[in-house]
Write a protein that binds this ligand. Structure first.
Ligand SMILES: Cc1cc2nc3c(=O)[nH]c(=O)nc-3n(C[C@H](O)[C@H](O)[C@H](O)COP(=O)(O)OP(=O)(O)OC[C@H]3O[C@@H](n4cnc5c(N)ncnc54)[C@H](O)[C@@H]3O)c2cc1C
Ligand SMILES: Cc1cc2nc3c(=O)[nH]c(=O)nc-3n(C[C@H](O)[C@H](O)[C@H](O)COP(=O)(O)O)c2cc1C
Length: 575
């Protein structure tokens, strides 16, 4: 008898949590199977006793791609209201409250399961929020506590223990096997073609901010190889998901902390799954024959701030009494503030944390890495080029800042992109973004300060080719006319858009997009009255609210609220 854990995930977070639940179930003497939703047969759901769902929301309040088939099946009218009557279910939704359709996937799934007669184990879906001070753990931890108690109270899993048993040997998800010299590589090419990530070659990578400006922003052009052209077509508003690798300096810190020799790092290895339920490893990323060095560069996230589960698993594997105790403190519910102080507030990386626990780190088995570390998440970037079959461009601002740590902190993917050289290859995939643009002749008002301008360069680039007489406004904001006014020379050549720029540091008084919109209120009103739609992209900080407030001043609060609901005002914002 075992419980079922199903996840729907776009960038891997829900999958990590599902795997962490499987480990914790094992430590409670409870067998658990983990599947991504679309790999599980919906027809078998009614025969399950307990199902834990972990699902993220993607796009604009959408289900992640690997659960869309299942979601469609679950919506079938032919499924009666008693379809899941014998099943106990619970849902953890993953989302980000800076998005308008916060945690829609989790909320919708919860409602549908209840309609299908499932016995819901919690009152509503538990909603994890990226914006929470401790991230998704803010909901994951209380949810876990409630469901373990709930499952035990069902009384159907006799061997289940109330407390975690630290002596249980956890079966790792994957294991590493050494490939003996001379062994032929099997033909496993099918795995490669299954991945929807394609290797794109960098054609150019140009800094578009002035050398004097603190911000390093890049316009990066990738070539779409001829054989990938059809699956990689795109429209304005689409995003490119990019899979970054760890920076060299972070890999170096981890290697030293983990004590790996050159021979270990370069030995030929193969990663294989340990049970029939796990997904195959992403061979497209690191190869069927790989090395430990490649795994550390491309697969394990060594740069992210370690989560509570990192400390939990380090404590579990540690043989050093004092380090074990400290790791336990940091992973305990009482140690939350300590954890925030040690890891989150100073933005310590996982590699640096290995360094702080040398005895434990140097004694970790290779297979343990799969349980301790999470996998590098791909990042989304709004496509900045007009649709093209041969290339795709991104406008990327490098994230770099100071913290209490001695070395400057750097965003993983934006730094990876900033360092790309012509000819480098990067795994990417295209997927729909949030915006649903109207027909190319319909009037639009776009607000895109900073890199928020990217989707509008794609939109107006396309319009200037196919609908040059259409009307559009673009409110753009940046620090200075000569520092970071992206594409300033291109806009003049486009008939279909009037660009109004706000420079926040060129004058004594700071001028932002919302101020420029206020100045042009009359024109905006005229366009809105003639049916224009509004699109807002960029930082999810104060800007979207300030813009909405100007629109409310122009058209009234009710109008603005309704326009947001009906999609006449749309947002694509990020933190
Ligand atoms: C739909 C969508 C479209 C996007 N389009 C673009 C785009 O066109 N161009 C673009 O540049 N980005 C875009 N982004 C953002 C992009 O996906 C990444 O989030 C961004 O590049 C940072 O990723 P990173 O891996 O470099 O940083 P990470 O390693 O993920 O670190 C980022 C984190 O660092 C922290 N941080 C950042 N600055 C500071 C600071 N000063 N102090 C303390 N902490 C800080 C924040 O917690 C932030 O979440 C988009 C995001 C989405 C969701
Ligand atoms: C491109 C993109 C779109 C997103 N859209 C939403 C959204 O509409 N609503 C929401 O609550 N969260 C949204 N999120 C946040 C994710 O749900 C959240 O980061 C989650 O932890 C990701 O889980 P996953 O890695 O399993 O996909 C979005 C994230 C990305 C990268």
């Amino acid at each position: 008898m075992s419980i079922l854990i199903l996840y729907g995930s776009e960038t891997g977070t829900a999958q990590d949590l599902a795997e962490s639940l499987r480990r914790e179930a094992q430590m409670r003497h409870l067998a658990a199977r983990v599947f991504e939703l679309d790999e599980y047969d919906v027809g078998n759901l009614p025969s399950e006793d307990v199902i834990l769902f972990v699902v993220s929301t993607t796009g604009q309040g959408e289900m992640p791609p690997n659960m869309r088939k299942t979601w469609k099946s679950l919506l079938r009218k032919s499924l009666g209201t008693d379809f899941l009557r014998n099943t106990h279910c619970t849902v953890l939704g993953l989302g980000d409250s800076s998005y308008q359709k916060y945690n829609f996937a989790g909320k919708k799934l919860f409602r549908r399961l209840a309609q299908l007669g499932a016995k819901m184990m919690t009152k509503g879906a538990f909603l994890a929020d990226d914006q929470h001070e401790i991230g998704i753990d803010g909901a994951f931890i209380p949810w876990k506590q409630e469901i373990w108690t709930g499952i035990r109270d069902l009384g159907i899993f006799e061997k289940m223990s109330e407390q975690i048993d630290p002596d249980v040997e956890i079966q790792t998800k994957y294991r590493i096997v050494t490939v003996e010299k001379g062994v032929e590589e099997e033909s496993e090419d099918a795995e490669f073609s299954e991945s929807d990530y394609k290797a794109l070659r960098v054609a150019s990578n140009v800094r578009v901010t002035s050398e004097a400006h603190f911000q390093d922003t890049r316009l990066v052009k990738f070539e779409i190889p001829a054989e990938s052209r059809i699956p990689m077509t795109y429209l304005p508003g689409d995003v490119l998901m990019v899979r970054p690798y760890n920076p060299e300096e972070t890999v170096k810190i981890a290697i030293e902390a983990l004590g790996y020799s050159e021979e270990m790092l370069h030995r030929t290895l193969k990663v294989v799954k340990n049970d029939q339920f796990s997904k195959n490893p992403p061979y497209f990323l690191f190869g069927h024959r790989t090395t430990l060095l490649t795994l550390l560069q491309r697969y394990f996230d060594l740069q992210q701030i370690p989560k509570r589960s990192f400390f939990e698993m380090m404590a579990y594997y540690s043989k050093d009494p004092s380090e074990k105790e400290r790791l336990r403190e940091l992973s305990s519910p009482e140690g939350l503030d300590d954890l925030l102080d040690y890891a989150n507030r100073c933005r310590r990386t996982t590699a640096e944390t290995f360094r702080d626990f040398p005895a434990t780190s140097k004694n970790l088995g290779l297979n343990h890495l799969f349980e301790i570390l999470t996998v590098i998440r791909p990042r989304a970037f709004s496509i900045a080029s007009a649709p093209s079959g041969s290339h795709v461009e991104l406008l990327v601002a490098k994230v770099e800042y100071k913290s209490r740590m001695a070395d400057r902190r750097r965003g993983l993917c934006s730094t990876f992109i900033a360092r790309l050289k012509e000819g480098d290859e990067v795994f990417c995939k295209i997927r729909a973004g949030t915006f649903r643009f109207p027909t190319p002749d319909a009037p639009v008002i776009c607000i895109g300060p900073g890199t928020g301008v990217a989707p509008f360069r794609s939109l107006f680039g396309q319009r200037s080719q196919i609908s040059p007489n259409s009307t559009g406004f673009l409110f753009f904001g940046c620090r200075g006319e000569h520092d970071d006014f992206y594409f300033s020379e291109e806009w003049n050549k486009m008939e279909c858009v009037e660009v109004v720029a706000a420079f926040s540091r060129d004058t004594e008084k700071k001028v932002y997009v919302q101020h420029k919109m206020g100045e042009r209120a009359r024109d905006i009103k005229k366009m809105l009255d003639s049916g224009a739609s509004v699109f807002i992209a960029g930082s999810s900080g104060d800007m979207p609210k300030a813009v909405a407030s100007v629109l409310a001043q122009i058209q009234g609060g009710e109008w603005t609220k309704k326009a947001e609901e009906t999609g006449r005002i749309q947002y694509e914002t990020w933190s």
